[in-house]
Design a protein around this ligand. Structure first.
Ligand code: FAD
Length: 473
């Protein structure tokens, strides 16, 4: 009988524990906070339901969709995605559509965009290595400057030339001039079926419902989820290079045959004694970006139509605004107000991270009014700040070499499985973390030889799949 400890009750940890508990494995999840879902959790706010910023669920992979359907059943809705870029007082569809871009800009800018796009198409950069090169290659320099440079630099906090191209290939849908022409000729945009870009699945009571139900199932299957129990460190036996359990902050030790860790990779490694010097150097070179969310309850029902807006203007720090009223009617519980979440990104050393709630609310209020996104008056009746540390592993150029040193070291410890977004230093969506969790469970039960480090390393754009082929079966 195997005994497994899972660190963290986010999507990665809970999907792993859920799968193990179904198979009768003795599993205990230790969660630092008092709730499930990690960064994908949902919570009640001012009588409504919200998430930590926008959380859409999509995947082409059968195992992930099966996990979703087993737990959510039909208690979800397919949301028609509407997301736009707010730039210079105008709205642009995102993913970008050529026709819409051309409609919104001056003739001179359009000429420059088309010229740069043409030049780049004829003479692309071979092997683009950083974000600037990758995006310029697909969109041309002018479009890159208008639509990607400022936003990406707000998000990452470093110049785009220092961000690895890895990230862009998976995340950014490229432009198609052909598609723009087809769309202009055919009414239905030339597409018969909606793709994962156009629509996404959303549980009626918020994205966190999936994880609340996973935790209930784990308990029903005789597993356990222990809240408010952060793990101080994972215990490694240097004699056989195996882990044998974890240490809690009160000094107590819990033993296990396997440890699945979704705690930050940096914290995991720093908790070991006697790590090789090369690993110590490499781990100190990996770092994260933090998020600050400022929630506002606004006395208005129809501020704008989007699920979320990207705010590109370089004159405000604000990066993204989620409008929870436009996700699913069950979220607002019949209330007449709108809840917005304004997103800011910073490093833990930046002054913004240590600003108090009052200062952050004042900043967010003034920026919301400054960008004038609505002609209607914005009357804020409630505000709240939430800080989310370490949410973006920074893919700085060269990060992969440092990560590889750590991966090689961790692979030598065969009964320790580090997975998840900050757990494996991968820019995971929920689906990647869930897949890592499910596969970790398969490895522990001996049913898979998959290399968990290979998950979320492909450079294929993930959202081309047809919605009819995935969730609705
Ligand atoms: C603003 C924002 C928007 C996003 N939008 C989307 C989206 O639209 N679609 C999508 O699919 N994904 C989205 N994501 C990403 C998604 O939230 C993550 O991919 C997912 O939550 C990662 O799951 P995880 O289990 O790997 O990590 P986490 O969700 O971070 O869970 C890790 C858990 O481990 C716990 N923990 C940490 N340290 C310890 C410790 N020492 N001891 C015990 N417990 C510990 C944490 O408290 C946490 O509960 C978004 C994320 C953010 C921040």
């Amino acid at each position: 009988m195997k005994k497994v400890i899972v660190i963290g009750a986010g999507p990665a940890g809970l999907s792993c524990a859920y799968e193990l508990s179904k198979k009768g494995v003795e599993v205990t999840v230790f969660e630092a906070s008092n709730s499930v879902g990690g960064m994908a959790r949902s919570f009640d706010l001012w009588g409504q339901r919200v998430d930590l910023g926008p959380h859409r669920f999509f995947s082409k992979q059968k195992e992930i969709n099966t996990f979703f359907k087993e737990l959510i059943k039909d208690d979800y809705t397919l949301v028609d995605r509407q997301t736009r870029i707010f730039y210079n007082g105008k709205y642009f569809h995102y993913p970008l559509k050529f026709g819409n871009v051309l409609q919104n800009l001056s003739l001179i800018t359009i000429f420059k965009i088309l010229w740069d796009y043409l030049i780049q198409t004829i003479n692309p950069i071979k092997n683009p290595k950083n974000l600037e090169e990758w995006i310029s290659n697909r969109f041309g320099k002018k479009l890159y400057t208008i639509f990607f440079k400022h936003y990406s630099e707000k998000l990452w906090g470093v110049p785009c030339t220092q961000i690895d191209a890895d990230w862009a290939a998976q995340r950014i849908k490229t432009l198609s001039l052909t598609q723009a022409v087809i769309s202009a000729i055919f009414k239905n945009n030339g597409k018969k079926h909606k793709t994962l870009v156009d629509q996404f699945a959303y549980p009626h009571n918020g994205s966190g419902t999936l994880y609340e139900r996973a935790a209930n199932s784990i308990e029903n299957n005789k597993g356990s989820v222990r809240f408010n129990t952060p793990i101080k460190r994972v215990l490694l036996n240097p004699d056989n290079n195996k882990v044998y359990g974890v240490e809690l902050y009160d000094g107590s030790i819990v033993e296990a045959d396997f440890v699945v860790s979704t705690m930050p990779l940096t914290t995991l490694i720093k908790g070991f004694n006697n790590t090789p010097a090369s690993v110590k150097t490499a781990i100190n070179l990996l770092y994260f970006r933090n998020t600050i969310l400022v929630y506002f309850e606004v006395e208005e029902k129809e501020l704008f139509q989007d699920n979320w807006l990207y705010i590109h203007s370089p004159d405000v720090k604000l990066g993204r605004i989620t409008n929870f009223r436009n996700w699913c009617p069950t979220l607002n519980k019949g209330k007449e107000t709108t809840i917005l979440a304004l997103e800011y990104w910073c490093f833990k050393e930046d002054p913004m991270w240590s600003q108090n709630d009052g200062e952050l609310i004042t900043l967010a209020k003034s920026e919301l009014l400054n960008i004038k996104l609505s002609k209607k008056e914005i009357n804020i009746i409630n505000s709240k700040v939430i800080r989310v540390p370490k949410c973006y592993p920074v893919y700085e150029t060269g990060y992969q070499e440092n990560l590889n040193v750590i991966i090689d070291y961790l692979k030598s410890i065969e009964n320790l499985l580090p997975i998840g977004r900050y757990g494996s230093f991968k820019y995971n969506n929920q689906d990647h973390s869930i897949f890592m969790g499910l596969m970790a469970a398969e490895k522990i039960t001996g049913n898979s030889s998959i290399d968990l480090w290979d998950i979320n390393t492909d450079t294929e754009y993930q959202e081309e799949g047809k919605i009819k082929d995935v969730l609705v079966y």
